[in-house]
Write a new protein. Structure first.
Length: 132
């Protein structure tokens, strides 16, 4: 694969990754409250190619490309009943406000994570329960 093909592959994968869904995150439903995260996506990439020799019969060439991305949370939209509130989460005070708005948020998110992990574990167990 040459540098052009590598670059095209890299950029097509980035294009597939950075969709609207990654700027406005998946809604998180906790009881009667829905939390929608808003995030910033920053990325950079570069490519390079070179060739040369040592003045003798040996010559060489090389090519490379790379990319990096950073995803940071900016705010959350909290929807509960008639309440609609955008909360920036850059500072600790606003995180406390979010926790106050959604009582038990940490425990509920932890419970969801544990339930998801248990389901995965159950699926793995079911896959290994079959015998020939």
């Amino acid at each position: 694969m040459n540098i052009k093909e590598n670059s095209e592959e890299l950029f097509s994968r980035l294009e597939n990754f950075f969709k609207t869904k990654t700027v406005v995150g998946e809604p998180i439903k906790i009881d009667d409250t829905t939390i929608i995260p808003f995030i910033t996506v920053t990325f950079g990439c570069g490519t390079g190619v070179g060739d040369g020799g040592d003045g003798g019969k040996k010559s060489g060439q090389g090519a490379g490309l790379g990319a990096g991305a950073k995803i940071t949370p900016d705010a959350v939209l909290v929807l509960r009943g008639d309440l609609i509130q955008m909360i920036p989460i850059k500072n600790k005070g606003n995180m406390d406000k979010l926790v106050d708005l959604v009582p038990g948020i940490i425990q509920k998110l932890d419970r969801k994570r544990k339930d998801k992990k248990a389901k995965k574990s159950q699926y793995k167990k079911e896959d290994t329960d079959y015998t020939d």
